[in-house]
Design a protein around this ligand. Structure first.
Ligand code: BG6
Length: 310
């Protein structure tokens, strides 16, 4: 490793990742993480102490790591639309931010021993051909005992624009069929099978037993995924996020996805922090919007005590 590969000596360096794609590897006494320039995609986060030192993010063994293709797993950055674009189904699903090469904006050690890395993406002729607005995105990742990911979107256009966004976190679980999800309440849009049906489930924790694709709108609760098989809980906290998505493809959809192993679905659950559909963000010229999600590894609640504050 030559000296110029370090961006923070002894803490964070540039290295070659999967399929030759460059990434930043953070390795501190607190945690390790991998952040690709492709899509500003965080693929790996592992705390080194606490209730569990198992990696917190799921990564598919079948993921593409290639220009123009999204990475499957970790935390894809969804911007400026979520899912299929209604007025142009041929446009890339979940927007273009996860398909572009981002650049390094800065890196800094934090007072608590965490390390922050900032990547940026600005509009250019290619993004304007898909979405006719000027913008700057900054993704700030803070790797410590917990993981903080912030997406700042700034409007550099002369007029307001409206966008959707999500930090599409793939949580690693040991068996999604045994998982208990606390914190999702109220009605949700059931989008499984590509539809949109407003439904309300009986109050109480969510357990998964089939393909699950839900958008909870106007939802700000803390979400806790209790994974008894993995002997830990993963908590997802959000700021600047009025919508949350819960997704697992289950058996048939997993088989239909070319970049996802047929048998990988039990090992992941997406809990996404975002602003989508009716919660899309309208940003005046010069303004910045901040979306943030924090991921914490926690002990399972002892009997009779829930970890959800939601
Ligand atoms: C979720 C959507 O956010 O992302 C699902 O709710 C979608 O409908 C999933 O299947 C994965 O999307 P993609 O484009 O990464 O395959």
């Amino acid at each position: 490793m030559s000296a110029q590969d370090w961006i923070l000596p002894g803490l964070a360096r540039r290295e070659t990742g999967e399929n030759g794609l460059p990434r930043i590897a953070v390795n501190t006494p607190l945690a390790e993480a991998h952040l690709y320039f492709h899509g500003a995609h965080l693929t790996y986060f592992r705390p080194k102490s606490g209730p569990s030192t198992t990696p917190c993010l799921f990564m598919s063994g079948s993921s593409w790591f290639a220009a123009g293709r999204p990475i499957r797993g970790g935390i894809p950055v969804v911007f400026p639309w979520f899912g299929r674009r209604r007025d142009d189904p041929a446009a890339p699903q979940h927007g273009f931010a996860r398909l572009r090469e981002w650049s390094l904006r800065g890196a800094a050690p934090q007072p608590d021993g965490a390390v922050a890395v900032v990547l940026a993406l600005e509009s250019d002729a290619e993004t304007r051909s898909l979405w006719p607005h000027d913008f700057r995105l900054e993704l700030r990742v803070v790797v410590g005992n917990s993981l903080l990911v912030e997406l700042r979107a700034t409007n550099l256009s002369p007029s307001a624009f409206t966008f959707e966004e999500a930090l599409h976190t793939y949580l690693a679980v040991a068996d999604v069929r045994q998982v208990v999800v606390q914190g999702f309440h109220g009605p949700f849009a059931d989008t499984s099978g590509g539809g949109w049906k407003i439904r309300q489930e009986a109050e109480g924790p969510v357990r998964l037993a089939a393909e699950t694709d839900r958008i909870y709108l106007g939802h700000r609760n803390r979400i806790v995924v209790q994974d008894p098989t993995g002997k830990r809980a993963l908590a997802v906290e959000r700021e600047g996020s009025d919508a949350a998505v819960l997704w697992n493809p289950w058996i048939a959809k997993a088989k239909a996805m070319p970049d996802f192993g047929d048998d990988e679905w039990p090992f992941m659950l997406c809990v996404e922090a975002g602003n989508v559909a009716d919660c899309a963000v309208t940003l005046p010229p010069g303004a910045t919007h901040r979306l943030a999600t924090r991921l914490l590894s926690e002990p399972l609640p002892s009997e009779g005590r829930a970890t959800s504050r939601g």
